[in-house]
Design a protein around this ligand. Sequence first.
Ligand code: PEP
Ligand code: MG
Length: 755
Amino acid sequence: MRGALGGPRVLLRRLREVVAEPASAQERLDKIVVLIAANMVAEVCSVYVLRVDGTLELYATEGLNRQAVHITVMRSDEGLVGLVASEAAPINLSDAQAHPAFSYRPETGEEIYHSFLGVPILRAGNTLGVLVVQNRARRTYSEEEVEALQTTAMVLAEMIASGELLTLAEPGAEPAVRRPVHVTGAALTDSIALGHVVLHEPRVVITNFIADDVQKELRRLRSAVQTLRAELDLMLESGEVAEGGEHRDVLEAYRMFAHDRGWVHKLEEAVLTGLTAEAAVERVQSDTRARMLRQTDPYLRERLHDFDDLAHRLQRQLLGYDHAPTRDKLPEHAIIVARSMGPAALLDYDRNRLRGLVLEEGGPNSHVTIVARALGIAAVGEVPNATGLVDPGDAIIVDGAAGDVHIRPSPDMEGAYVERVRLRARRQLQFLSLRDRPCVTKDGQPVALMINAGLMVDLPHVAEAGAAGVGLFRTELQFMVAAQFPRTSEQLALYRSVLDAAGGKPVVFRTLDIGGDKVLPYMRNLEEENPALGWRAIRLGLDRPGLLRSQVRAMLRAAAGRELRIMFPLVAAVQEFDEAKSLVERELTHLRRHGHKLPDRVEIGSMVEVPSLLYQLDELLERVDFLSVGSNDLIQFLYAADRSNTRVANRFDQLSIPVLRALKLIADKAHAHGKPLTLCGEIASKPLGALALIGIGYRALSLLPSAVGPVKAMLLELDAAKAERLIVPLIKRPHSGASIRAKLTAFAESEGLPL
Ligand code: PEP
Ligand code: MG
């Protein structure tokens, strides 16, 4: 059997000449198919391009009937060409007509051809089209020929991606590469943003695909692989693993792949076909990506990421790029698209230009999500292959409330979203007009609305929302976004800035609530059977008092000359509160003895998050200065339903009678003991939830900053006594565990309350 005429290198060189010649897109494609057919000694060479409507259109052919060009259109699941596209893998057959997927198109005249080799035209793992060669004789194409055709397909991929074929397309049938794409992921925040794509890890731009000197490219590749291996060794040995934000086991995996003979061999083979070293890495990676993307096994998909990272590192090495992605020139209305990202990296971006975030990973409880929420940007997570679907600068819409992402949206879609954003802005303006009005119900009951916060970026919301203070400052966020344990001095600096920024309004600092799902990257992660019920929050604080002590000390010093409010999370027994309180008192004594200026007042409170406290309320209330109900945890434990497990999280309504009875019990007891009470779980952040809480006696709520406006708007119209007269009897009478949501909604409607 004859191999390719002149080999792939000659072909690539000729292709380069053709691509450089001034000619129309069609002329260029026509020349390319002639060249490929001649070089591969094939009677037929055809290019099919994937269109926006998902079909494959014949764009050029040598050997088939030329009249069929731009006429033959196949469904993407039709025939062998469709199979190559959907599998994103080559198909090599000596007798194509015997294959069950073979589909005959009379206009092409292809019945006389037996052998068939089709390869996908791939870019960043996405199929853009299919390149086919055919012969009359029954033959199997050699490995080298398959390889050569795949390499050639890369040149076509760049041509398609450049958009130059757009002139050849009918409207609505353009090449799919620039088509609008709608993907759905996890809704992470409440905002909507329109903007332009910025890749968190910029794709390496390859301008030179075709090698001048193959031996030189081979040397470049080998030397880059060597350097990469040495670099990984160094990173692993230097012990600076955690600081770089990369885990040891990830680096170990990289090292393993970097030494993988199969991978390096594939790269070398790609260079031998005539590609530059960087183009060879791209080719091999695009194949790997296409294959792995079709895997449903999470382990294999994870390995894809490892390979992706490694390929990136290698390309940067070859092109002399800096390892750190550049963050300096963020365009206006930037939407960051990333595979995954740490919270600190997100904070590095210019906040004034950042509008949204799309992640391939990143669920609702991930740390980067928490930061995205604090920043008030639109964010969607769990979007498969997000980075492969976009190009930098693409128009994109991120709907963080619905979990929708529209890439290169149609003008209609864009118009609809512009209108939605305008409506939201108008509502915000209405809320703004309420900002300076005292928060008092229609029947004269004052309600304190505070915000939940955790980072400095949250603090401006106190003034913006006209809140009464910070009802919950989640101190763990500083720990979660850091690369290592924040020193006492760093904690002190943060707490002081928070108090300064609150401008004299009260701030309730909650001590570290880590463990469970709140893991610190630099802390050894304990494998626990039931982390939510495990060694977390105050339990960890009391067992490792050094950590709690240094935090309490930082708080006491930060509040020198001011009032300090401290509360402890996940208290389950009164003696835990006693122990924690005496730790604070010991620290106070210590600071006094060392001549430090002390806070004017220290109020010490407990969260109510564990049902056992419901049966120790009298004892607890005798000891505390205030209580704050963490309804997120309390409800998850009352119902034994994991709050982050979507299968069970919505099984029980938060506005159900058992929950409201428990919450009312706490309110009644707190009033009886004359102790201040707040609720800081998410239930308070919905107007309907807030309505229920007012009805059972709550007068202080701590909310998501964005919820202050809507909840306040409702409260200003509410007759609290009337709500109480509705709700208290409803939850007292015998029931079957029902929700009172429908009754509350009807009440709100009849009262004209904005929900
Ligand atoms: C809660 O459990 O309701 C709460 C406010 O704490 P977190 O959400 O931080 O667990
Ligand atoms: Mg909690």
